[in-house]
Write a protein that binds this ligand. Structure first.
Ligand SMILES: C[S@@+](CC[C@H](N)C(=O)[O-])C[C@H]1O[C@@H](n2cnc3c(N)ncnc32)[C@H](O)[C@@H]1O
Length: 276
């Protein structure tokens, strides 16, 4: 057995033991995730350098975009607020998980402002950066609601107090926090909602979990609805799912810090994403 493999396996087992100690029901769901992740492989995507322009073409709105600057200002304010609490912002700041990235934040801001979704679902909250961006944009729209499915940090209970701290009380009226793994909570939520206009995956970035969430949301995504899938390059989940959808359009977008990729997919061929 090679040394790295052994170290990785020991670290996973230690994490799993911690998770079982705090939440056995959710920890049991991590076992198949952990096993499946041994069969993951990175995917070498062709990055679309003009993704922001192309996203706006999909949305059928002019570029340069009048909303982009407003989105950037909201983003800067959210980062400042997190830092003012004495917390580091960015990669691997919530255990092994990271705060949302600026490019993804901008893409979400513009999409919510231009498409005015009524029903937004996301998975993965951590401190709540992407949630906050969506909530600020919904507030400016004066309509819409966000449901966020989130398993608070499964391995580091001390971090749980930070869940959603980027979302102040006065921005919570359009927000429903659904606690638990997406595998446990997403299907019931989607049944209840019946339709999703916009989906954001930012939870457990394994091929198995990403495919599961995309498959479930894909069944109820409204015509013209979009999915934003973070951290797609470390596993084959996004590529696999998209390959199975005959006429899906995709954008492969670089994160602002250049360390990761997120994907945007319009699974339905039909026209505009814009509702209003
Ligand atoms: C990358 S962070 C989310 C970052 C957040 N969207 C932001 O912009 O700040 C991932 C989050 O998903 C949670 N998580 C991990 N596994 C999960 C699962 N199976 N289902 C739902 N949430 C999960 C983690 O505890 C963490 O809160």
């Amino acid at each position: 057995m090679d040394k790295d493999f052994r170290r990785e396996t020991v670290s996973r087992l230690r994490h799993l033991a911690q998770a079982f100690a705090t939440n056995p029901r959710e920890a049991a769901r991590l076992v198949p995730e952990g096993l499946a992740s041994y069969f993951e492989h990175p995917v070498d995507y062709d990055v679309d350098d003009s993704w922001e322009l192309r996203l706006h073409q999909w949305l059928d709105v002019p570029w340069p975009c009048s909303e982009r600057q407003a989105g950037q200002e909201v983003w800067n304010a959210v980062v400042r607020e997190v830092q003012d609490r004495g917390l580091a912002f960015g990669r691997h700041t919530y255990g092994q998980y990271s705060d949302g990235d600026a490019a993804l934040g901008r893409a979400l801001w513009c999409t919510v402002r231009h498409t005015r979704p009524a029903v937004v679902v996301e998975t993965g909250v951590a401190r709540g950066v992407t949630s906050r961006i969506v909530l600020e944009a919904l507030e400016r729209n004066g309509e819409g609601h966000l449901w966020s499915v989130d398993l608070p940090h499964p391995f580091e209970p001390d971090l749980r107090a930070q869940t959603g701290i980027a979302i102040p009380a006065h921005r919570r009226s359009r927000w429903s926090y659904v606690e638990g793994s997406s595998r446990r909570r997403l299907p019931g939520l989607l049944r209840e909602l019946g339709r999703v206009d916009l989906f954001v995956h930012d939870s457990l970035h394994t091929a198995r979990n990403t495919r599961f969430e995309m498959e479930r949301v894909g069944r109820v995504l409204a015509p013209g609805g979009l999915m934003f899938i973070d951290d797609i390059s470390t596993h084959q989940g996004f590529a696999d799912w998209v390959r199975g959808i005959a006429r899906a359009r995709t954008l492969i977008c670089p994160s602002e810090d250049g360390e990761g990729l997120f994907g945007i997919v319009a699974p339905h061929p039909a026209g505009r994403a814009v509702r209003a």
